[in-house]
Design a protein around this ligand. Structure first.
Ligand code: MSP
Length: 511
């Protein structure tokens, strides 16, 4: 069975920002981890191209929406390749195939008697592409996310009978694994308990969208169309493109990883739409927090937006990944601080993990002729082996419950403890006595072996750094052997040659 994971489909009103990079990196780490466990993974990302927001952005630039979307979609696609994101599907909601899926899906929902014509009146945030629940002083109220005034709308729209699914949605959202973390689940439970209202799924004032069959002047509401992008993605790039094909090839999604602002769409509207169409709801919706910069919301007006392109070219992929994965607990808000970033990278990656590799390989090269030493059992208890085994168990447990920060900390802790083991045993003193040679061999073997395991555990988190570590130990990850088997203690071959070492990470300077 496939494991399907998705990022949100990003609006193409602008190029990727750090928030989109964050979500995509987390998804990438999870996708890589599941592949290591032998799962067939379908990792979906893509862009959400329709709607009023995009139509206006293109108008402001004086170009056709399609031209604008082509340009920004390409930037997203190239960007994810630059970040070494291992996505399997990149879906564009302006594609012809997607339109076919939307139409097919709409027919199913209509056949369930869940569509009717009504009048939609209310205050709308174009940034969110969402009606807001009767805010007080609506004409002066600004959307807290976009800091823009709401717009009054009053038009005939097609509606989806969301209210009909009250009971089913209540049951679903109470399942403890459906919405995580718990704070997010509670928000949604509260929202649903107030009673679900039908919502409009078409627009008469937006031409940049998919036309509703049978209604000349209506296009589908951008969210109705966009959520279906996940379904289209599964059968995209295959010869037959249909709803049935997507259902057979992987539906439902295992995890939608999204920001907390778009939880209602994914955890309430979307499952109801799917049930109406006779399809299964996603298995899990994981809502992450928001990133701020030096404690402040990032925004163009504040002039504090962090350009991910600059970050990537200045520091490289692994440092940014490490900071975002290890320093932010998934679900909580996170803050990007320049000084903290430099300190964490220098402490964790350069001084702890990099230095460990450097120490271990230079001692082996000096004392054992550039080779992995013998591994004869001298000590009665191998503390490092025991520590590594516990680390692996905890790491897997934490990854399985998507606590990636804790998984990363487990690896770091193993590196810290391996350095301590070296310090405590002081092989540089022991080596002075000839009789101690077997003991020194054992110590250095243990340190090298522990470093090999650190390298393997870093594979989904920091793919590049991980390969560099294992290359320098002459023991690379082999995809034909299950990853978990390769984590077994003692697999580093004694007497094998150690390649010439080179620094795996450069220390960063704080400017
Ligand atoms: N197009 C919709 C999603 C449709 S999914 C079928 C959309 N796009 S978005 O580009 O505006 O937002 C994409 C994601 O970025 C959302 O999950 C949102 O929470 C996230 N973020 C936006 N700003 C963010 C931060 N400052 N920090 C972290 N994530 C943030 O919504």
């Amino acid at each position: 069975m496939s494991f399907v994971i998705t990022t949100p489909l990003y609006y193409v009103n602008d190029k990727p920002h750090l928030g989109s990079v964050y979500t995509t990196i987390i998804c990438d780490a999870i996708a890589r981890y599941k592949r290591l466990l032998g799962r067939h993974v379908i990792f979906i990302t893509g862009v959400d191209e329709h709607g009023l927001k995009i139509q206006r952005t293109a108008n402001e630039k004086g170009i056709e929406p399609k031209t604008h979307c082509d340009e920004i979609s390409e930037i997203f696609n190239i960007n994810w390749k630059k970040w070494d994101i291992s996505f399997d599907k990149f879906i564009r909601t302006s594609s012809k195939n997607h339109e076919l899926i939307v139409n097919e899906f709409y027919e199913r929902v209509k056949a369930s008697d869940d569509i009717y014509m009504g009048v939609q009146k209310g205050w709308y945030c174009v940034g969110c592409e969402e009606f807001k629940d009767n805010p007080e002083n609506s004409s002066t109220y600004k959307c807290p996310i976009h800091q823009k005034n709401l717009e009054w709308k009053n038009e005939e729209n097609l509606f989806f009978r969301l209210s009909k699914y009250q009971e089913q949605i209540e049951k679903l959202i109470h399942e403890p694994t459906f919405i995580e973390p718990i704070e997010r689940r509670n928000e949604i439970i509260k929202f649903v308990s107030r009673g679900l209202k039908d919502f409009s799924i078409s627009r008469t004032n937006v031409s940049w969208g998919i036309g509703v069959p049978g209604y000349d002047n209506h296009t589908f509401y951008v969210w109705f169309d966009a959520l279906l992008g996940y379904v289209s993605a599964i059968s995209s790039n295959t010869l037959e493109h249909s709803l049935e094909k997507s259902i057979n090839e992987g539906w439902p999604v295992d995890i939608h990883l999204i920001g907390k602002d778009i939880l209602r769409f994914h955890a309430v509207y979307w499952p109801a739409m799917l049930i109406s169409a006779g399809m299964s709801a996603p298995k899990k919706v994981l809502g992450h927090g928001f990133l701020t910069r030096e404690g402040q919301k990032m925004g163009k007006s504040l002039g504090n937006v962090l350009d991910p392109d600059l970050l990537l070219s200045k520091y490289g992929n692994d440092p940014v990944r490490w900071y975002l994965i290890k320093d932010i607990s998934l679900g909580n808000d996170g803050d990007f601080q320049d000084k903290r970033f430099v300190d964490i990278i220098n402490n964790d990656l350069a001084n702890t993990i990099g230095n460990l590799l450097n120490r271990a390989s230079s001692m082996s090269r000096k004392w054992f002729d550039n080779k992995v030493p013998n591994n004869e059992k001298i000590s009665s208890e191998n503390k490092l082996e025991n520590f590594a085994k516990i680390t692996i168990e905890n790491y897997i447990h934490n990854f399985d419950i998507y606590k990636l920060d804790l998984a990363a900390n487990e690896v770091l802790n193993l590196a810290i403890n391996t350095n301590l083991y070296l310090n405590d045993n002081q092989p540089w003193l022991l080596i002075k006595e000839n009789d101690n040679l077997p003991l020194v061999e054992e110590i250095i073997y243990n340190v090298l072996e522990s470093t090999r395991i650190i390298g393997l555990l870093l594979l989904p988190l920091l793919p590049k750094l991980s390969s560099k570590i294992n290359e320098q130990l002459g023991s690379i990850y082999r995809s034909e052997i299950p990853w978990e088997h390769q984590l077994k203690w003692g697999l580093l071959t004694t007497n094998s040659s150690l390649p010439k070492p080179s620094p795996i990470i450069n220390k960063l300077e704080y400017e």
